[in-house]
Design a binder for this molecule. Structure first.
Ligand SMILES: Nc1nc2c(ncn2[C@@H]2O[C@H](COP(=O)(O)OP(=O)(O)O)[C@@H](O)[C@H]2O)c(=O)[nH]1
Ligand SMILES: [Mg+2]
Length: 234
């Protein structure tokens, strides 16, 4: 797919160190692509950094959110903004180098034949580079658990590296998505699946973050345990 039709959505919370390297590298590798950063009032100088980067990279845009923080809330805001512009594909990825932007053309290539392209760690060719054992097991278990309850035929339901056809995201009510964190990713995929969107998984290699700290919390994990039941029962 033509890069000018793709927008890459990156939610950030205190990722200035990663962004200062990621943004120039990404635009060098994928010229013509657009990037939207959705930041939740980071305190590490992200906002001035983005203003500075924007002078070099006109296809970079950003929002500094004022409301309640959250990965899922930030993604939804990014979806709304992206839908108001003439993009055909919206790619979500993390800012911490866990997701390799070199995979974006491969993900987007499945559109428009498919509506949702999952950047998958759990199909042949997919991998996790340097996670310690307990995080690996937690992720494996979470994916098995969610798949078992919701019966979505996707091996990796909690991955945040995905490409969506803009038309597919228009079929669902974004305001109706209540979950955040990993649960948000599950709920979004489940709602798209209910709308009969066509899914495909594309193998990716996930790596542990380079700089900064994970924002995963026990609240996020508990929400993920409860969510599949809420989706299935209501
Ligand atoms: N806007 C926004 N981004 C967030 C928030 N929490 C996490 N992120 C971003 O979401 C991505 C994934 O978060 P991360 O902490 O790396 O989660 P992990 O990879 O599961 O450990 C990163 O780019 C984070 O900066 C949040 O509350 N608001
Ligand atoms: Mg991460």
């Amino acid at each position: 797919m033509d890069f000018s039709k793709i927008i890459v959505l990156i939610p950030t919370l205190n990722e200035a160190k990663n962004l200062s390297i990621l943004i120039p590298e990404l635009f060098r590798r994928l010229p013509g692509i657009s990037v939207l950063i959705v930041d939740d009032r980071s305190t590490d100088g992200t906002a001035p950094l983005l203003a500075e980067l924007q002078r070099t990279f006109p296809r970079l845009s950003y929002i500094i959110r004022q409301g309640e923080k959250g990965y899922g809330r930030a993604c939804l805001e990014g979806f709304r903004r992206s839908q108001a512009r003439p993009f055909e594909a919206i790619v979500t990825m993390d800012a911490d180098f866990s997701h390799d932007f070199n995979a974006i053309p491969g993900l987007a290539a499945h559109l428009p034949e498919y509506d949702v392209v999952i950047g998958s760690r759990y199909i042949p060719g997919g991998a996790i580079a340097n996670w310690h054992r307990h995080r690996r097991l937690l992720s494996r278990f979470a994916n098995w658990y969610v798949g078992f309850i919701l019966q979505i035929p996707t091996r990796d339901v909690t991955t945040g590296f995905n490409a969506y056809a803009a038309s597919a995201l228009r079929t669902i009510d974004l305001n109706g998505i209540a979950a955040d964190g990993y649960a948000f990713l599950v709920e979004l995929k489940y709602r798209l699946w209910q709308k009969r969107c066509r899914f495909v998984e594309h193998p990716i290699t996930f790596s542990e973050r380079r700089e900064g700290q994970s924002k995963m919390s026990s609240r996020v994990i508990w929400e993920s345990i409860w969510l599949p039941w809420r989706l299935r029962l209501y």
